[in-house]
Design a protein around this ligand. Sequence first.
Ligand SMILES: [Zn+2]
Length: 219
Amino acid sequence: MRGVGHGSEAHEHKPEGIAPFRSRTVAPRCGRCALPVAMCLCDEARRIDTRTKVVVLVHRREVHKTTGTARLVPLTLARGELRAVGRPEDRVQYEGLEEAGRATLLLSPVEGAVELTRDLVGERPATLVVPDGNWRQTRRMATKEAPLARLVAVRLPDGPARRFELRKHPQAERLSTFEAIARALGILEGREVQDELERVLHLKVERTLDTRGRRKDEQ
Ligand SMILES: [Zn+2]
């Protein structure tokens, strides 16, 4: 077994099931938020105690991309969890998503997905299962992995275009995973939760863009 415990740095706040962020560049990066250590936002995020549980299934190939937003989930949500998938032995990560007394929903705009509303879950707390990766990876998870394919798939109602942009996407309406989660929790939990998540996403986007020297020509 390689990976776990590999190297000597102690990362105290390792998200469950996900190896600390490994930088491909020289600037040391925070193992939790993946920003350069000097720009770490972890102390500026607080974990909100929502009723909704959020489980992000992130493709292993995406875990180490600095543009990924899934790492913000365990930083901002007391019931937020990241699980890495993509290898055959990762199938176990798809298990245990459904729990008695919870409405388990797959947040994915697959064919047949219904619009997410508060009424859809009723009085029960919800578990939102969110595939994260490129379009092909997430579609494959949502349709081919039996434990996900049998869940009720939900999509966000039509809303404003994405407000936070880390990577160019040909479909302007496509939201980052975290922005989609923020909007979904806006529906299930209330506007304040969405606002707080968007505040942290804004920090992540601004600081990531700063690391690319965006501000150079503005000074
Ligand atoms: Zn950090």
